[in-house]
Write a protein that binds this ligand. Structure first.
Ligand SMILES: NC(=O)c1ccc[n+]([C@@H]2O[C@H](COP(=O)([O-])OP(=O)(O)OC[C@H]3O[C@@H](n4cnc5c(N)ncnc54)[C@H](O)[C@@H]3O)[C@@H](O)[C@H]2O)c1
Ligand SMILES: O=C(O)C[C@H](O)C(=O)O
Ligand SMILES: [Mg+2]
Length: 476
């Protein structure tokens, strides 16, 4: 499955052409012969010997684009300077920037926003550190922190390569919930160092969104930070995914007429997302869950080095089954994939119970191609934006943090997460509910407000909100 399903693959070949021989004619001929579609040409530069042109070409996929490039490079008088595409162009120079809220037009304004008058603000915060929430960006700013070790399903690609995802998360925090977020990729994989760095930067932020940190280190990092910091710490791949998954599953069950407590559920990929999704489902009343990772089904017949797998063995797989995915998927009502592409086959789907519910959530490529799976499933969901039923943590992380920041919560607890799941599920009405609409779109504005309010209400109910309710409710 091509990653560019919605975006379409439109490549831009920057070519340096010799003026002498009919080189542009050759370019058009080569591209035509190879089945590319020229949709535009821009002249970038011309001198007496050469011209530089950007040739915009629709191709089938990246491999097709490469074949055309190779053919062009072989031709006399044509030099391929660069090959880019719309996605690449959207990333030039990064996707976000910082802007001031106040213009500084003269010395008087300068003296207020900066020295000398800013000193009075510093002193006020020094006297009462809680004023940082009122007088600095802490009020509405989150750090999105990764070490680049579990980036989407791409794995350990390092802190530099992780930045586009973290910038993307920051961008989405702002666009979907008005939260300012800053991407921070740490050049260390050491648990203690990560904890120390995050603690050291925490004064500037009202919350910490941990992202794409591999398991099992992510569990300890989050647990320690939750204990040692007084602002919410939320590992998005765990809890964001689990919140949205539960919302989708509640609605899918309503559609197929099954109850959560009667379901047989198989989860593949027992990492950050798989463990959190399982915990959330147990909390919501699901009783029969089996986990499958690379070495097979997690059972009580084994001792695991990974303490989370030990926990998993003790809390799931009620019949203590062993084997592979093929063994346990038989008769399952629900498949939840947070592992990688190609894990699920048509044979697996054919062996599931009636009305199979398949949430293949690995990014960027799900456990099975949804087009291949479609004839064999009743409800199909992926993590992607280009198919119906997008089960992606994007549907909740901006609004959960918005709610937590607005009531100055010290934590994002289980009650707040459950409230968020119910709020998401309830934005799909009974009339709207269908195989292709179990979960609202990320662009549905009702979702952000519903989740934010549900999270705030749960924060006050469970005593983690630190803003006086009167101050909060007066502004509503
Ligand atoms: N849709 C969403 O909102 C969402 C959210 C979080 C994660 N994800 C996706 O889920 C996947 C896992 O993310 P994570 O943060 O939990 O990563 P992780 O590294 O913590 O865990 C991944 C786990 O999957 C296992 N795994 C990998 N390939 C497997 C295979 N072929 N068979 C069985 N197990 C396999 C690994 O051994 C590991 O235990 C990624 O593809 C990620 O993009 C999707
Ligand atoms: O980034 C996403 O789209 C979802 C999730 O956080 C992931 O890691 O795949
Ligand atoms: Mg992620």
């Amino acid at each position: 499955m091509a990653n560019e399903r919605t975006a379409g693959l439109s490549l831009i070949y920057r070519l340096e052409l010799q003026n002498s021989s009919n080189t542009f004619g050759k370019v058009a001929q080569i591209i035509g012969e190879e089945g590319g579609d020229i949709i535009g040409v821009d002249v970038v530069h011309v001198d007496k010997d050469h011209s530089i042109r950007d040739v915009n070409v629709n191709v089938f996929d990246r491999r097709h684009g490469k074949v055309i490039r190779e053919r062009l490079e072989e031709a006399e008088g044509i030099h391929v300077v660069n090959l880019s595409d719309r996605t690449m162009l959207m990333h030039l120079g990064g996707k976000i920037e910082i802007r001031s809220k106040i213009p500084v037009r003269n010395r008087d304004e300068l003296a207020r926003v900066y020295t000398p008058h800013v000193a009075t603000i510093c002193e006020a915060i020094h006297e009462d550190p809680s004023k940082a929430f009122k007088l600095t960006i802490k009020k509405n700013t989150v750090a999105v922190v990764s070490d680049g070790t579990a980036v989407l399903g791409l794995g350990d690609i390092g802190p530099y390569a992780a930045m586009p995802v973290m910038e993307g998360k920051a961008m989405l925090f702002k666009q979907f919930a008005g939260v300012d977020a800053f991407p921070i990729c740490l050049d260390t994989k050491d648990t203690e160092a990560i904890i120390a760095h995050i603690k050291a930067i925490a004064p500037a932020f009202g919350g910490i969104n941990l992202e794409d940190i591999s398991s099992p280190r992510c569990f300890e990092i989050e647990a320690r930070l939750k204990e040692e910091l007084d602002i919410p710490v939320f590992h998005d791949d765990q809890h964001g995914t689990a919140v949205v998954l539960l919302a989708g599953l509640m609605n899918a069950c309503k559609l197929v007429g099954k109850q959560l407590e009667d379901l047989k559920v198989v989860v593949t990929g027992i990492g950050a997302a798989g463990i959190a999704c399982t915990k959330m489902l147990l909390l919501a009343g699901v009783r029969n869950i089996m986990g499958v990772d690379r070495m097979g089904v997690i059972s009580r017949n084994h001792e695991y080095e990974n303490p989370m797998w030990q926990w998993y063995a003790e809390h799931t797989n009620p019949n203590n089954l062993e084997g592979t995915l093929s063994d346990v998927i038989k008769g399952a009502d629900v498949f939840i994939g947070v592992s990688g592409p190609g894990v699920l086959t048509v044979e697996h789907l054919q062996s599931m119970a009636q009305d199979p519910i398949v949430f293949a959530m690995a990014n960027p490529n799900p456990e099975i191609d949804p087009d291949v799976a479609a004839p064999y499933v009743r409800v199909m969901a992926t993590g992607r934006s280009d198919y119906p039923n997008q089960i992606n943590n994007l549907l909740c992380f901006p609004s959960i943090f918005k709610g937590a920041l607005d009531c100055r919560a010290s934590d994002i607890n289980e009650e707040m997460k459950l409230a968020a799941s119910h709020a998401i599920a309830s934005t799909v009405s009974d009339e709207e509910l269908s195989e292709h609409y179990i979960i609202p779109s990320v662009f549905n504005k009702k979702v952000v407000q519903a989740v934010r309010l549900a999270v705030i209400e749960a924060a006050y109910r469970t005593g983690v909100a630190r803003r006086r309710y009167r101050d909060y409710s007066d502004k509503q």
